[in-house]
Design a binder for this molecule. Sequence first.
Ligand code: NDP
Length: 249
Amino acid sequence: MVIVGDDPASRVYVNNKKKACEACSIMSEEYALPAETAEEELLALVDTLNKREDIHGILVQLPLPKHIDSQKVLLAIDYRKDVDAFHPVNVGKIMIGNFDFLPCTPAGVMELIRLTGIEVAGKECVVVGRSNIVGKPQAMLLLHQNGTVTICHSKTKNLAEVCRRADILVAAVGKANFITADMVKPGAIVIDVGMNRVDGKLCGDVKFDEVSQIASAITPVPGGVGPMTIAMLMKNTVKAASLKLDTLR
Ligand code: NDP
């Protein structure tokens, strides 16, 4: 795990990932670099980790300081060790449905949906948010399971109306309490990816108190998608190690 700078949220995420590694008996090393670290220095570290035989997964915690080109850093990670599944090779593999790793947050969401016992096939699925790390891959995973998928974003017209069509609604907006009960179809499955801080308190994108009254299933924040994201990171790391072992057999 590589962390650059002292963003408090990133620190919490890295600490949680470290704890999860311990719980799974995965050896982890942390490289905490100062915020002023040069891009070349970070790239050199990634190169060293790429070459180490005893390391199967590399995670560079985002966001990186502004003077560092995140895309360049993500591209530098060996795609076979890319346990976040952000490398374009892995993104492409997800697109065509022939993947080794799934991006952790969308994969965690799919696992939560699976646990409801509801089949995605044929369902109206609405994803609010189109980021490369959540919204877009989320939509792709729902599509792979034969959902009828709509992606919404800040330019979407009649957002409430579109959301109300959803049997499965995934909110990945980054705005506290953005999804209200009038935007949700009664009986829908509502997955809240959002992690927002309001007066120091963590809350999601969904107005939980009112939406939980009408949804058939809903995830809390904290305690919903966040822990699943970390669980999927552990899964990807084990997969990366077993794929490496396969090449040695
Ligand atoms: P981004 O800021 O990259 O994307 C937010 C998306 O929401 C954009 O596509 C944006 O549209 C859309 N959006 C913003 N305002 C509106 C609006 N008024 N109406 C409709 N759409 C809107 O965020 P991320 O995808 O990185 O993260 C989303 C949330 O999920 C954040 O709270 C983040 O902290 C959380 N998160 C949680 C994780 C977890 O493990 N639980 C992991 C990763 C993220 P446009 O593209 O048009 O600007």
